[in-house]
Design a protein around this ligand. Structure first.
Ligand SMILES: Cc1cc2nc3c(=O)[nH]c(=O)nc-3n(C[C@H](O)[C@H](O)[C@H](O)COP(=O)(O)OP(=O)(O)OC[C@H]3O[C@@H](n4cnc5c(N)ncnc54)[C@H](O)[C@@H]3O)c2cc1C
Length: 428
């Protein structure tokens, strides 16, 4: 009898497993793939360190605490990674980083800047739920939405601002309006608008993190879990390699798999979770011999009519990385068909648009297609949170986690593991 079975060796599953093991619990992690890490995958190609999934992790105090619990040292991003650009009318415009640079930046017109200054006087919405587009247009105006928020949302969610729920996708921003009546007033009072923290990766790339965590744990790779059922006071885990019994189960697999595994406990949960939309993303790694600008990279507002969502100047971000590596993102909820296109067409699109935007010629190293990349916290998403809570209540000892609940970033997944581990310990 295992104390806790964790299904999925992505960052959500591994981080909760590590916390439980440190608390003296007997944990076994089941992973269907040959490699751990889930979305976090790094490959070295011709000496270039290519991140196929997440590029950087925004580490706050909680994440740093977890890394020191795990005994792994992060690699901090270089100072120049603070420089970011937005592509506008044929040029890369630096993203303003202070109120003064915002006022002098060519990114927004004078009337758009004046519209932003009205924000503290705009009343709260009386609508139950708003999309990010509705919320930002109401508080900050159309141009702010088009040239600042929409590209940022592409960068995090590869999402559609008309569909994402402000309450669930950018909860922090939503709460600023709820608490302070204004984003500007709230940001001044809290001395911050964003979540804060430092950008990190690891020696050898991001996959160093899950492989380090897995070394300390009992991870059964290439062992897909097929079904989870209840038997008396414990759970039976049917896996490819056989049956296991556990007092508690943490399912950290993506929503569709989680729903499927629970089909004997709740048929409706299986169907509901399967309906969560994950936007597809195509990640292209390319090398150029031409020079690239300093900084982190740039985002492309949808209004600019390009297919590229954004480009990271990957070799600029951390010390010691082989240079001029570009990571290009396409697809997302607004252009999902890219993932179905063949590699030659994708290469041609990337080569053409990079020539237009950066004036560089590139040699494509790798194309990675994520058919289900990022869960979209769209309008009405609250029902999935409620369903997860109900399932946990109805089946004591069952716990659900993963990037489709409470945040899509790696940092969110790590932070969420603290509360989850505490709840599991309380149950045990
Ligand atoms: C292209 C891309 C770029 C991203 N960029 C960033 C970024 O720059 N910064 C950032 O913070 N975040 C980024 N993210 C988001 C972040 O990587 C993910 O949200 C996070 O890694 C998800 O972790 P997870 O453990 O919740 O899920 P996953 O990584 O999906 O892990 C779930 C695991 O469960 C396993 N599994 C599924 N079913 C079963 C089963 N039945 N039995 C056993 N195992 C099973 C899977 O094989 C997988 O290993 C990006 C994501 C993508 C796809």
């Amino acid at each position: 009898m295992i104390d806790v079975a964790v299904v999925g060796a992505g960052i959500s599953g591994l981080s909760v497993a590590l916390r439980l093991q440190k608390a003296g619990v007997n944990v076994k992690v089941f992973e269907k793939e040959e490699k751990v890490g889930g979305n976090i995958q790094t490959e070295e190609i011709e000496g270039f360190l290519c991140e196929l999934g997440p590029q950087t992790i925004l580490a706050d105090k909680k994440v740093e605490e977890f890394l020191s619990l795990a005994g792994i040292k992060p690699l901090y991003a270089k100072e120049e990674a603070k420089i970011r650009y937005i592509y506008k009318k044929g040029k890369l415009v630096p993203l303003p980083m202070s109120p003064l640079s915002f006022l002098t930046s060519p990114l927004l017109s004078l009337s758009a800047k004046l519209r932003v200054l009205k924000e503290p006087f705009i009343p709260k919405s009386i609508k139950k739920e708003e999309s990010i587009a509705e919320f930002v247009k109401r508080r900050l105006g159309q141009e702010f939405l088009d040239y600042i928020v929409e590209p940022f949302v592409s960068g995090v969610y590869a999402g559609d601002v008309n569909k994402l729920s402000v309450k669930y996708a950018v909860r922090r921003v939503y709460e600023l309006e709820q608490r302070f009546g204004s984003l500007i007033k709230g940001a001044i009072k809290l001395k911050a608008l964003g979540p804060g923290g430092r950008l990190i990766s690891f020696e050898g790339g991001n996959h160093t993190l899950p492989s380090h965590l897995a070394k300390a744990l009992d991870v059964d790779v290439e062992n897909v879990v097929l079904k989870i059922r209840r038997k008396d006071d414990h759970f039976v885990i049917d896996s490819r390699k056989g049956k296991f019994s556990a007092r508690a189960v943490v399912i950290s697999a993506p929503a569709t798999s989680a729903g499927y595994l629970l089909r004997e406990l709740s048929w409706s949960a299986a169907q509901e979770f399967d309906s969560i939309y994950y936007a597809p993303v195509v990640v292209v790694h390319a090398h150029t011999r031409d020079s690239i600008p300093p900084g982190f990279g740039f985002l492309v507002p949808r209004k600019e009519g390009k297919r590229i969502l954004g480009v990271l100047f990957s070799s600029n971000i951390f010390e010691g990385r082989k240079g001029n590596l570009l990571t290009i993102y396409l697809g997302g909820a607004t252009d999902p068909q890219v993932v179905e296109e063949d590699d030659d067409l994708i290469s041609a699109t990337v080569e053409k648009e990079l020539k237009e935007i950066l004036g560089v010629d590139v040699n494509i190293l790798k194309i990675t297609k994520w058919k289900k990349a990022i869960p979209q916290y769209n309008l009405g998403y609250g029902k999935f949170y409620e369903l997860a809570e109900t399932l946990e209540k109805e089946h004591p000892g069952l716990f659900l986690t993963g990037n489709y609940l409470k945040g899509v970033s790696v940092a969110d997944c790590i932070r969420n593991s603290e509360d989850l581990a505490n709840r599991v310990l309380e149950f045990l």
